[in-house]
Design a protein around this ligand. Structure first.
Ligand SMILES: [Ca+2]
Length: 244
């Protein structure tokens, strides 16, 4: 029987993973942007580290501790989903393609399908720059967004929306119209507003149009977005951080 144990800290960051099918334990260490900086094994030995770009989901580089240490570089598509993993000289090591809801297909450099559909380089980052775990011996594909887990094969979150209903919203809620009572839609498990090729969700809290992410500066969001909802998200995140 396959078993996986995940441990989280008080801020919902996943800090440990154990899987019995490969007897691997991984500890994760984060920066203050909720990005995994480095990983250690059960013996507290350094395994690898990552570097990121301007956006929370923009992984740029993965470097291992193995001898000799090798840096591998990412290139992305328009949603910051890695499209390929490269060596420093541009040689392609592995390619990634996605269906609309982010189920990842791993390809060899010559575009042939990877035989076992497991990254030959243990690359954890796939759809929209979030981490993919192959659990249950590879039968269950589970992705980790900061606040929620996502099932790419189903295109749904595994947990209900965390922002909840909209109290005292100036949109004059009709109590008989449930469609507008929840911040991310009436289906509490619906991801990316059912438009995954355009939308993104930085934290697993609220879907935003890609244009907002491209301009992820507060003034732009407040100008273009739903001010009340965006403020609620920022307030929620600030509250989470202040618990640290
Ligand atoms: Ca493989």
């Amino acid at each position: 029987m396959f078993e996986t144990k995940l441990a989280y800290d008080a801020l919902s960051r996943r800090i440990k993973r154990f899987t019995n099918h490969d007897s691997q334990t991984t500890y994760y260490y984060y920066n203050n942007n909720w990005q995994v900086l480095c990983e250690y094994n059960a013996s507290d030995e350094f395994q690898r580290w990552f570097a990121y770009g301007n956006y929370i989901d923009e992984v740029l580089m993965m470097s291992t501790s193995y001898a000799p240490p090798l840096a591998r570089f990412y290139i992305h598509d328009h949603l910051y989903s890695p499209a390929a993993l490269l060596l420093f000289n541009g040689v392609v090591l592995e390619r990634y393609e996605y269906d609309a809801y982010g189920a990842c297909q791993i390809l060899d450099p010559n575009f042939a399908s990877d035989a076992d559909q497991k990254s030959d380089y243990a690359n954890p980052y796939t759809f929209q720059g979030n981490r993919l775990d192959l659990l249950d011996g590879g039968n269950l594909k589970l992705m980790s967004w900061p606040y929620r887990n996502y099932l790419p094969d189903l295109g749904r979150w595994t947990q209900a929306e965390k922002l909840g209903i909209i109290p005292n919203d100036n949109r004059q809620i009709n109590p008989f119209d449930v469609r507008k009572q929840y911040k991310d839609g009436m289906n509490l498990y619906k991801a990316l507003a059912s438009n995954p090729v355009r939308n993104t969700d930085l934290y697993g809290l609220l879907c935003v149009f890609r244009e907002y992410k491209e301009n992820f500066w507060l003034d732009r969001i407040l100008r273009w977005g739903d001010k009340k909802i965006i403020k609620d998200v920022l307030k929620f995140l600030k509250g989470q951080r202040s618990r640290n």
